[in-house]
Design a protein around this ligand. Structure first.
Ligand code: SF4
Length: 356
């Protein structure tokens, strides 16, 4: 049997299944740096270390040793299926008969980096910027379409000493496709402990990045809270409907509410001028999502919308009004259909975000 084993980003992140497979192996084959990182697990085993770029030789050797009757561990960093050894293994395995194998998944850089940054991954694309095997035109196309689709993007292999243009091209495309103020996080594993940075697309500097950096580009809903990068999913936070909101939506459903700016209100403008007051009380309250400016008032359990201007923009109101009547028949629907309401909110955030 050949076990193609993902050892994750560091020995501390190795899975139990990977450990057991390494323990069972008689021969362990891998890139020198990765083998050295698990040296203490390899006592009494035949160890074959190879250089970078020797992937084909590593797989051929693993198959040969296996066909000689050995239990083989073929080591991959991260996860073998994500820019790892599984792909090259399948390219060659068909040449031989009787090859038995298993793939042991590992923690890939995207979820390792995400765990240090917060919770940035929600519908995401993994794209390697290495143009050694993939044409740059293909990489650029994928970045553009992933960004246009509102995907969070994890960029692997962003830069090397001799390969900088894919990174520069990627940033140029992203700057022209999404809001330059989009939240970006990166984790640099070459520093110990790993360097964790949360910034914005427009402030992402080339000299902050190296080959061992995983970069996560957020989407238009990604926000930063207490230094953590979060892309919300939109879970329903249960809360009774406030009596004033109830009163407001009773009038709204009777067609008695105000459209646009309410200049006769003594609090106008409570956010910006001119502001759209159609949703003086937000149908999504409490959204629990700081991406539009709301926040929890700590220790009071109260959600504050004081800094959310989004709900008062004409484009937002237009988008909400297109679908709200389908959801809201009764004031109680503000509670009962909260999931649908939050989906509408999300749809409108994407529609009103500055995708060029
Ligand atoms: S006003 Fe803004 S922050 Fe407040 S609940 Fe509505 S969308 Fe969320």
């Amino acid at each position: 049997m050949i076990s193609i084993i993902g050892i994750g980003p560091s020995p501390k992140d190795i899975t139990l299944r990977a450990l057991e497979s390494i323990e069972k192996a008689e021969v362990v084959i891998g890139y020198k740096k990765y083998i050295d990182s698990i040296e203490d697990l390899l006592n009494g085993k035949e160890v074959i270390k190879k250089g970078m770029g020797d992937e084909i030789a590593r797989v051929e050797m693993a198959i040969q040793k296996h066909l000689d009757g050995k239990q083989v561990a073929l080591i991959s960093s991260g996860d073998p299926g994500i820019f790892g050894m599984a792909n090259v293994f399948f390219q060659l395995a068909g040449k031989y008969s009787g090859v038995q194998f298993e793939i042991i998944p590992g923690v890939t850089a995207a979820n390792y980096g995400a765990s240090l940054l917060g919770a940035p991954l929600h519908d995401f694309a993994l794209i390697s910027l290495s143009d050694i095997l993939t044409p740059l035109s293909e990489i650029k196309r994928k970045i553009k379409h992933a960004a246009l689709g509102g995907m969070v993007i994890a960029l692997y292999n962003p830069i090397s000493k001799t390969r900088k243009s894919p990174f520069r091209e990627a940033i140029k495309i992203l700057m022209n496709t999404i809001n330059p103020a989009t939240t970006v996080g990166f984790v640099k594993s070459s520093s110990q402990p790993p360097q964790i940075t949360v910034t914005t697309l427009e402030n992402l500097e080339e000299d902050q990045i190296d080959m061992s950096t995983i970069i996560i580009i957020g989407n238009s809903t990604t926000y930063v809270e207490n230094g953590h990068m979060i892309t919300p999913r939109g879970y329903v936070v249960k809360q009774p409907i406030h009596p004033l909101s109830k009163e407001f939506y009773e009038k709204f459903l009777n067609g008695e509410s105000i459209d646009g700016p309410n200049r006769s209100c003594e609090y106008y403008p409570c956010h910006h001028h001119p502001q759209n007051c159609t949703f003086c009380y937000c149908p999504f309250y409490p959204c629990g999502d700081t991406s539009t400016g709301g926040h929890w008032i700590k220790d009071k359990g109260v959600w504050s919308c004081q800094d959310c201007e989004w709900i008062h923009h004409d484009a937002t109101v237009k988008c909400i009004m297109e679908k709200l009547p389908e959801i809201l028949d009764d004031v109680e629907d503000l509670k009962k259909k909260k999931k649908d309401l939050l989906k509408l909110r999300r749809e409108c955030i994407f529609k009103t975000s500055q995708i060029k």
